[in-house]
Design a protein around this ligand. Structure first.
Ligand code: MOS
Length: 765
């Protein structure tokens, strides 16, 4: 639909547009447009913000896993040097409710500061002072007295009769109906039909997002208007939450994003610390900065919840699946959030008889938050290992077994087809590029070391959709500006979106400035989550650029006295198909100089009716297991992805390799350890919680499989960020099984677990 057809609505929608058939800029390996700022230290992150008269804040957390705060004495803290304000759980403001994310319909309320503390680290007081050291020292000087309560840190124990209640009403989270239960066909018939059935219980550990940049906010009041600089995945979401909390109109709340050092889902909801910063700023009449410490991010800024997944799979003799069952139990922690793992059960493979049931339990631990493909890597850890086992049972190659079960349409929403599916190609071409057949049959014995290869697959719905609005400006010198509200979590969003402007207008990237993630000055964008930043916003940017181009051609047509349809735009100049002599540089457009700037507006159109846009992936891993030390080294890993069009080859590879790194941590080393006797996190640091380093990273290969999707949206791209981490851990576990003959069902496979597993196998003979 063109702007005119849109009938009075501002700007253009992209509905009728097809993705590019050929591109000059999009798809290239372009370095980040903000790369020099990032690596030189010039980039300003929330933590770097320094405002005149700004105060620094620190938080006091409850030391007990479950306790009632009976008394708090802040007199000494208030009299300490530099201290400007102290808020405690006994103040009236402490009763303010921090809204949960929109995907949690009706969890128990979270008060700003809590007297009934439900996890070790739960916030009970906050201090603002002239310096951070003063604030921290004063927080430590607050005398808090508690009545400790019995607590529970394990989901299964939390649901046992007589368990301590985290919330009144019991520890079973009221199910959000849209996720938790599903069935089709007849699982009893499925079991009867099967010639091979495998079942097992798989466990995953609690993981911490571990964004390089910690969570942080700076708040300032100007009269009744609140401005918050925030490390957030969605400035407009935070604006809404803050307006709700403070009873302000949206127009009185400005949220500014800017440079981010990662989010991974952990910065997708409003945290207490942001509200505390705003409240302390209001109390003191001065701007307040509150950044979490690394330790605090481990205790209270969210996690990927631990899951226990009971899986049963069955197949017919030809390898087609006839049974798929999953029972999941996840621990959300002290407040409701995502601990489900089921959705892929319904969609990843073709299977007539499917059932999954999920339960989520409250525990006295830090709360879960969305984390890179919530639930999906946990599902893959269980089901993708079970499929591997089933392949072994049937004597079918694991790649072939998956190929025999590739769905050709949705089974969750019967009758709906996919805009494209490169799933089979990911499996086939991935296997080919990895050298699967050869590697699979190579000798596994290398003295005390053993080698093996394994693979796993995944799907993800990152279709995105409206709303999104973008503005593209063209200045009289031919340079351009892009204005979008989207956050750039560090993924390269700014660069990818600018490349679309460059593609459409022929303006070089270094002449395009990007303004983004500011509710006061940029256009509406949804939360950057669900791998939808590109699929939400790129079509709006393309529509805006085309709106700007249309206007440029009209101005040029007027000046040249020709029809706009005879003109085309490229390399900063407008040329005529009819008269090659009629050529105008954008900088020669008189009307543009007179009007000062030209503004193109674009909006995200709707997705096609009756179609689903999924991303697909297959990861292939080769590992070496040292049977003396229990250490697993991933030697190489190939990631084949159908995420539609590659928008920028460098940031695409970045996303994939980052996802793989997280997956390797999931498989081998990352585990938040909570002491069952004290309920405290024992390893709240990167010293003791092992994120993979460059030393643990394998030789990496990324194989983009582009099905040439003409339907998903107007740029042809599908979601990438999350699929990149879904199958990795399962592929590594399958490789470990191939190397050792032992199936490891408890992630991560630490050296201790590995040696235990080997010992058990030797004991069993
Ligand atoms: Mo993501 S876990 O949807 O931010």
């Amino acid at each position: 639909m063109s702007g005119d057809e849109a009938g009075g609505r501002t700007g253009t929608e992209d509905g009728a547009l097809r993705p590019w058939s050929g591109t000059k800029v999009v798809g290239a390996a372009e370095p980040r447009i903000d790369g020099a700022e990032r690596v030189s230290g010039g980039a300003v992150y929330t933590r770097d913000i320094a405002l005149p008269d700004m105060l620094h804040a620190a938080v006091l957390g409850c030391p007990h896993a479950h306790a009632e705060l009976t008394r708090i004495d802040a007199r000494r803290a208030r009299s300490m040097p530099g201290v400007r304000a102290v808020l405690t759980a006994f103040d009236a403001e402490a009763e303010m409710l921090v809204p949960g994310p929109w995907w949690i319909a009706d969890g128990p309320p979270m008060r700003l500061l809590e007297r009934h503390c439900r996890f070790a680290g739960e916030e009970v007081a906050a201090v603002a002072a002239d310096t951070l050291d003063q604030a921290r020292e004063a927080a430590r000087a607050i005398v808090a007295e508690y009545r400790p309560l019995p607590f529970v840190v394990d989901a299964e124990e939390a649901l046992a009769p007589g368990a301590p209640a985290v919330h009144e009403g019991g520890n079973l989270v009221r199910p959000p109906a849209r996720f938790n239960n599903y069935s089709r066909g007849d699982v009893v018939r499925g079991r009867d039909e099967a010639v091979a059935v495998v079942d097992g219980v798989y466990r995953t550990s609690c993981l911490i997002h571990s964004a390089l940049e910690v969570h942080g906010s700076v708040a300032r009041w100007d009269g009744n208007r609140l401005t918050v600089w925030d490390s957030t995945q969605g400035v407009f979401d935070m604006q809404q939450y803050l307006a709700q909390v403070f009873g302000l109109p949206l127009s009185a709340v400005r949220v500014i994003g800017g440079f981010m050092g990662g989010g991974f889902g952990g910065k997708a909801e409003l945290g207490r610390s942001t509200v505390l910063a705003a409240l302390l700023a209001r109390r003191t009449g001065r701007p307040v900065k509150l950044c979490l410490s690394r330790e605090e991010t481990f205790r209270s800024a969210g996690n990927r919840p631990p899951n226990a997944l009971a899986v049963r799979l069955g197949a017919r003799a030809d390898g087609t699946l006839c049974l798929l069952e999953l029972d999941n139990l996840g621990a959300v922690g002290a407040y409701a959030d995502l601990a489900f793992a089921g959705p892929q059960t319904a969609e990843l493979y073709r299977c007539p008889n499917v059932r999954y049931a999920e339960r989520e339990a409250f525990t006295n631990t830090g709360k879960a938050r969305a984390m890179r493909a919530p639930g999906f890597p946990q599902f893959a850890w269980a089901v993708e290992q079970a499929i591997d086992e089933l392949a072994g049972r049937l004597g079918i190659d694991p790649v072939e077994l998956r190929l025999a079960n590739v769905p050709d349409e949705s089974q969750l929403l019967p009758g709906l087809r996919f805009t494209s599916s490169g799933f089979a190609r990911c499996l086939r071409e991935g296997a080919e590029a990895f050298g699967w057949q050869t590697a699979r049959s190579r000798p596994r014995d290398h003295g005390p070391r053993r080698r093996g290869v394994g693979m796993a697959a995944a799907m993800w719905d990152g279709a995105g959709g409206p709303p999104a609005t973008a503005i593209v400006k063209v200045f009289p010198d031919g340079s351009a500006g892009l204005n979008t509200g989207a956050a750039d979590l560090g993924t390269g969003t700014k660069t990818v979106l600018a490349m679309i402007v460059a593609e459409e207008l022929g303006v070089p990237l270094d002449r395009i400035a990007v303004e983004h993630a500011d509710t006061a000055t940029t256009q509406y964008a949804q939360l950057s989550g669900g791998s939808t930043t590109v699929t939400n916003n790129a079509p709006a940017v393309r529509a805006a650029a085309r709106d700007a181009r249309r206007q440029l051609l009209e101005l040029a047509a007027d000046q040249l006295g020709v029809e706009p349809s005879a003109l085309s735009l490229g390399d900063g100049a407008i040329t005529s198909a009819v008269d090659p002599a009629a050529k105008l540089a954008v900088s020669e457009l008189k009307a543009l100089r007179e009007q000062g700037v030209l503004v193109g507006i674009g909006r995200r159109g709707r997705n096609p009716e009756g179609l689903l846009s999924y991303s697909w992936a297959a990861h292939f891993a080769e590992v070496e297991v040292d049977t003396r030390t229990g250490k697993v080294h991933v030697l190489r890993l190939l990631a084949a992805h159908d995420s539609g069009r590659v928008m920028n080859l460098l940031s695409y590879r970045n996303q994939v390799f980052g996802g793989v790194a997280m997956g390797i941590g999931f498989a081998l080393s990352e585990e938040r350890v909570v002491d069952p006797r004290t309920g405290k996190v024992l390893n709240p640091s990167w010293q003791d919680y092992h994120v993979p380093t460059i030393l643990e990273m394998p030789e990496l290969a990324c194989l983009p499989v582009d099905p040439g999707d003409e339907l998903c949206n107007t740029v042809g791209a599908k979601g990438l960020g999350e699929p990149a981490t879904i199958p990795t851990a399962a592929a590594v576990a399958n490789a470990i099984h191939h190397a050792t003959g032992v199936r490891f069902r408890h992630a991560p496979v630490t050296p201790a677990r590995l040696l235990e597993g080997l010992a058990r196998r030797y004991a069993e003979g």
